[in-house]
Design a protein around this ligand. Structure first.
Ligand code: FAD
Length: 500
């Protein structure tokens, strides 16, 4: 199919962070790479929306582990910190409990954070350094090592288990946090982070305690112009290295002959031949739609796929601001555990609301007209397996969220200040990204769906097919999919006999 003079051709299906990062790594390895994306713009869940002077990042908003991007861009001789303007945030975010008036600002400095926690519980404040140290060990031994490993067979997983047990990382995140914190607000502030990637803190392993630690270790960052500025920088890097990003190109089939992927067929019938196919699409849809339901004989699914929760998002352009909102603000409602149970395990719409607000104009005035805000409001909700019909309930949930913010969370005058608005429901996640059951974060990050039991980065049935993105190993979140891209690209190099 190829000679030593001709670069070997690779197709990446989907231009999320995982797909773009794999494309960059394969270009660095000398492959001829084309990324095909069904939407008109690249970026996937990190797309951006602009309307009447307001700019919203549709999905991710916090940059953590920025060194993952440093390493990635360096492969193509680019300096990530010149490609985008990184701005450090401190406080990282504010956590508000509007129903009882409690507030915690999550601060980068450990001593300052202890003072912040001591207002609520001196004992918990004293335990904070020990919590960070225990989380550091998990981050270094269970996350960074395991996240960069391929788990091609059950052995590495079995080898990792004793370390996880020793570090307390195999039990639930909530159990881990309760060893250090007993004051309820502090417990919630230290345990909620797995929700960022669709994980229920009461059921995901304490591996995800690393999410709190890595903020303190590497900072929480914003890139000027929003998260989308990173997508644009990645596309520049890909095109600068001779790769292509083709939008409005919906892949309808990954063509398999004799057990080997040989290219993709687009919805308009065009065939793009390739020696390597990488899917950044939803793992369930890759199997059912793109591989036309080809049986998956591999044991990567422990008890069948279980998609994580979804989100209901409002993007509001307002003509005023609320100074008590920081760049990132969480509003936690009464009944934290019931709320989480509702949106994950029980799959019912929540009684009491807990919300996350992104207010980028606080750091970057270019994101909204002067004096206004481009608010993104995120409410975790069940995915479409709940049976909810969002075309029927979306308006009433919009009103419910706006009423809560205005009347319970102190955002006086919100409703009247909204000049432009958009929204995204679980049905939109399904429609836009072809996300199975409209999941926002793909397969749930449970222990039984991690490492060997998650979608592997190299397909176990079809040769020449690789998987990246939130549903593949190691999992969701921007750093997670960047690590997955590293694993997938190193498998491609190894399989093609390309020296590292
Ligand atoms: C609301 C929200 C907030 C988040 N906040 C954060 C955060 O602050 N920090 C963080 O680190 N993470 C965050 N995350 C998680 C993070 O955004 C995702 O895990 C990550 O961006 C997913 O990247 P991906 O590689 O899986 O690709 P995706 O972004 O899922 O993109 C996949 C792409 O594939 C395309 N595609 C699918 N099927 C086809 C096909 N057949 N043909 C062609 N193209 C196809 C889709 O259109 C899409 O563009 C957030 C996620 C959401 C939803």
């Amino acid at each position: 199919m190829s000679t030593s003079q001709q670069p070997r051709r690779a197709i990446v299906v989907g231009s999320g962070f995982g797909g773009l990062a794999t494309a960059m790594r394969m270009l660095a390895a000398g492959l001829d790479v084309t990324v095909v994306e069904r939407l008109p713009e690249p970026g996937g869940r990190a797309s951006q929306l602009r309307d009447q002077g307001y700019t919203w990042d549709l999905g991710p908003s916090l940059v953590t582990m920025p060194w993952c991007f440093d390493e990635l861009f360096a492969l193509l001789d680019r300096d990530f910190r010149r490609e985008v303007e990184l701005i450090g945030l401190d406080p990282f975010y504010r956590i508000d409990w509007p129903h009882d008036g409690t507030r915690i600002d999550f601060l980068g400095d450990v001593g300052a954070m202890q003072e912040e926690l001591a207002r609520l519980s001196p004992a918990d404040a004293a335990a904070y350094p020990a919590f960070l140290e225990a989380s550091r060990l998990i981050h270094e031994n269970a996350v960074l090592t395991a996240g960069r490993r391929a788990f091609e067979n059950p052995l590495p997983f079995a080898q990792l288990l004793p370390t996880m047990l020793k570090l307390g990382a195999a039990r639930s995140l909530s159990h881990f946090c309760s060893r250090f914190f007993s004051e309820e607000h502090i417990f919630q502030a230290m345990s909620f982070h797995s929700l960022y990637i669709g994980g229920d803190p009461y059921r995901v392993p304490a591996v995800y305690a690393a999410l709190a630690y890595l903020q303190v270790a590497d900072g929480v960052w914003y890139t000027k112009g929003g998260m989308y500025s990173i997508v644009q920088a990645m596309v520049r890097a890909i095109e600068g290295a001779g790769g292509r990003v083709r939008c409005n190109a919906d892949v309808d089939e990954i063509i398999v002959r004799g057990g080997r992927a040989i290219g993709v067929r687009l919805a308009d019938g065009e065939v793009l031949p390739a020696e390597i196919v990488v899917s950044d699409a939803d793992p369930v849809r890759t199997r059912t739609r793109l591989l036309k339901g080809a049986p998956d004989r591999a044991p990567w699914r422990f008890r069948g796929p279980r998609n994580g929760m979804s989100c209901f998002l409002l993007y509001l352009g307002t003509d005023r601001q609320w100074p008590e909102l920081l760049h990132h603000t969480l509003m936690v409602g009464d009944g934290y555990r019931t709320f989480i149970d509702d949106v994950t395990r029980r799959q019912v719409l929540p009684e009491n609301l807990s919300l996350y607000l992104h207010v980028p104009a606080r750091t970057d005035p270019s994101m909204a007209p002067a004096g206004g805000d481009s608010l993104a409001v995120l409410l975790p909700v069940p995915n479409l397996a709940s049976g909810d019909d969002w075309s029927a309930i979306s308006d009433s949930w919009r009103d419910k969220v706006v009423d809560y913010l205005e009347h319970d969370a102190g955002m006086t005058g919100l409703r009247a200040s909204i000049k432009v608005e958009h929204r995204m429901t679980p049905a939109d996640f399904e429609r836009r990204y072809d996300a199975d059951e409209g999941t926002a974060f793909s397969t749930e990050p449970l222990l039984t769906r991690s490492a060997y039991f998650r979608q592997p980065n190299r397909d176990r049935t079809v040769d020449g097919l690789y998987h990246v993105g939130a549903g593949a190993h190691p999992g969701a979140g921007v750093p997670g999919v960047l690590l997955g891209a590293e694993v997938a690209a190193s498998l491609v190099r190894r399989d093609l006999g390309i020296a590292t």
